[in-house]
Write a protein that binds this ligand. Structure first.
Ligand code: PLP
Length: 428
C-alpha cells in the first residue's frame, strides 16, 4: 500500500513541502478549463471591486434568483419545518423517488395531458444534481452532443466522467459533438451536420441564448434522436417562462418523445428555490436501452443508491407550488422576472445592439460581432459597474455574445439600464 509521503516537488505547489497521499487524481479534472465559468466571473468581480471600492456593482451575471419565495409557498415550508419539531409532524427518510403526493401533483400540473404517469417522475434536490446522476447512470462509455452554446454543466460533467478528450481553444473538448445554435439558424442546430451520439443534451428555453424551440423544431429533434437511436436529455428548467403557444413546455408534447427522451426540470427559477433545492426528472417507462432493458429501472436504482429523497421541507414547498394559490404566486413571480427581461431587451435594442431571447426566457443574449466576449464583459464591468456573463463561457459558438440575466431586483434592473444607456448611447 502506498504510504503518506512527503513530496518536495508537489506539482500544485512546488515551493511548499506537502504531504501527499498515494491516490492518483482523476485525470479528467486536468482537462477542465479555468474552473467553472461562474467562479471566474466572481474572481473578476472581486478584483474590480478591490480596484473601485466605492463602486456599487450590479450583477446581471450569475442567474440566481433574487426575489423572496411567495407567501403561500413559504408558509407551507414553515409549517413543515415546525412540524418536524413535534411528535405528530416528525418524519424521517421518505421515498427516494419523492412523496407520492408531490409526484401526483407534478404529473397533474405538467404531464398527465401528454400521457406521463406519476410513477415516471422522480423528485430530487434539483436539476443540476439530476444531470450528474444521469451521467453516472449512463457511465463513461457513451458519446455526447450538446447545443453550442449551452449550460456548462452538460459539458463539464461529461469531461469529469471521462467521455471527452482534451480542450482546444475555440473548438472545445475532443469527443463532444457541439451543435452550433446561432442567430442565422434561429438558434436551432443544423441536425444534418450532427453525427450520431448516444446522448443529446438539449435545453429549451435555452440557457444562455433565451431561445425557445418551436413545435416544428422539437419534432425534428425527436425524429433525429429516434432515427439514430439516441437518448435526448431535455432540460426544461425554464419551461414556465414560455409564452409563445408554438413552443412546447415539455418535450413529451412531441409524439414519440416517450421512447427517446428524459426530461429534467426544477422549481429553482419558478419559485425562487435555488437555495431550497427541489427539482424532478421524468423517465418514461417506454424508454429502453439497446438490449431492451428499461432505462427507468436503472434511474430508480441510481436514486435509491446515491440519493435519499428530497428534503421534507422542500417537498412541502413544492406541493404548495402546485396547488392553486401557490401556482398563481409562482406564475406571478415568473411574470415579474419576464418584465425585467423585457426592460433589458428594450434597452439593448434601443442602443442598437443585436438582441435575442428574453421573451420566452429570463435571459437576454446580446451580440457584439467581432469582439471577444470576455473583452465585452470587461468593458461593461469597467464602464458601468455591471456584471454580465461572457458568451464564450457557454461554448465556442457563444463567442461574440454576452448574456444578461433578468434575475434581479427591479430597482437594480432599472439602474443597470440607465448605466448602459449613459455609457453606450450613440456608441453603435
Ligand atoms: N438547467 C439549467 C438550464 C439551468 O440554467 C440551471 C440553473 O441555472 C439548472 C438546470 C439547475 O437547476 P437546479 O437549481 O434545479 O439544480
Amino acid at each position: 500500500r502506498p504510504k503518506l509521503a512527503v513530496k518536495t516537488s508537489c506539482v500544485a505547489a512546488p515551493e511548499k513541502q506537502q504531504v501527499c497521499t498515494g491516490v492518483r487524481r482523476n485525470e479528467n479534472f486536468g482537462k477542465l478549463q479555468a474552473g467553472y465559468l461562474f467562479p471566474e466571473i466572481a474572481r473578476r468581480r472581486r478584483a474590480h471591486q478591490e480596484k473601485h471600492p466605492d463602486a456599487r456593482v450590479i450583477s446581471l451575471g450569475i442567474g440566481d434568483t433574487t426575489e423572496p419565495i411567495p407567501r403561500f409557498i413559504a408558509d407551507a415550508m414553515q409549517r413543515a419545518a415546525a412540524g418536524l419539531g413535534t411528535l405528530e409532524g416528525y418524519s424521517g427518510y421518505g421515498a427516494e423517488q419523492g412523496r407520492g403526493e408531490v409526484r401526483e401533483a407534478l404529473c397533474e400540473r405538467f404531464y398527465a395531458h401528454v400521457g406521463r404517469k406519476a410513477s415516471e417522475i422522480f423528485v430530487s434536490d434539483g436539476s443540476k444534481c439530476d444531470i450528474g446522476r444521469l451521467q453516472m447512470m449512463f457511465g463513461a462509455g457513451v458519446s455526447v452532443a450538446v447545443q453550442d452554446p449551452s449550460y456548462p454543466v452538460y459539458v463539464d460533467s461529461s469531461v469529469i466522467m471521462g467521455m471527452t478528450g482534451g480542450y482546444q481553444e475555440g473548438r472545445g473538448f475532443g469527443g463532444i459533438q457541439y451543435m452550433p445554435c446561432r442567430p442565422e439558424s434561429d438558434f436551432f442546430p443544423d441536425l444534418r451536420k450532427v453525427g450520431r451520439t448516444d446522448l443529446i443534451f438539449f435545453c429549451s428555453p435555452n440557457n444562455p441564448t433565451g431561445a425557445a424551440a418551436t413545435r416544428a423544431q422539437l419534432t425534428e429533434l425527436v425524429a433525429h434522436a429516434r432515427e439514430r437511436g439516441s437518448i435526448l436529455i431535455y432540460d426544461a428548467a425554464y419551461a414556465l417562462y414560455i409564452s409563445d403557444p408554438d413552443c412546447p413546455r415539455t418535450i413529451f408534447e412531441i409524439p414519440g418523445a416517450e421512447e427517446c427522451a428524459i426530461e429534467t426540470c426544477s422549481f429553482s427559477k419558478y419559485a425562487g428555490f435555488t437555495g431550497v433545492r427541489l427539482g424532478w426528472t421524468v423517465v418514461p417507462e417506454a424508454l429502453r436501452y439497446a438490449d431492451g432493458q428499461p432505462v427507468i429501472a436503472d434511474f430508480n436504482r441510481i436514486m435509491t443508491t446515491v440519493f435519499n429523497g428530497a428534503s421534507v421541507v422542500a417537498q412541502a414547498g413544492g406541493l404548495a407550488c402546485l396547488q392553486e394559490e401557490g401556482f398563481k404566486e409562482m406564475t406571478e413571480l415568473v411574470a415579474f422576472y419576464k418584465e425585467n427581461a423585457e426592460i433589458l431587451r428594450r434597452a439593448f435594442t434601443e442602443l442598437g445592439f443585436s438582441v435575442y431571447g428574453g421573451t420566452n426566457a429570463p435571459y437576454v443574449w446580446v451580440g457584439f460581432p467581432g469582439q471577444a466576449s470576455w473583452d465585452v464583459f470587461a468593458t461593461i464591468l469597467e464602464r458601468c459597474n455591471l456584471v454580465t456573463t461572457p458568451g464564450s463561457g457557454f461554448g465556442p459558438a457563444g463567442e461574440g455574445f454576452v448574456r444578461a440575466s433578468a434575475f434581479g431586483h427591479r430597482d437594480d434592473i432599472l439602474e443597470a439600464v440607465e448605466r448602459l444607456k449613459r455609457e453606450f448611447r450613440g456608441a453603435k
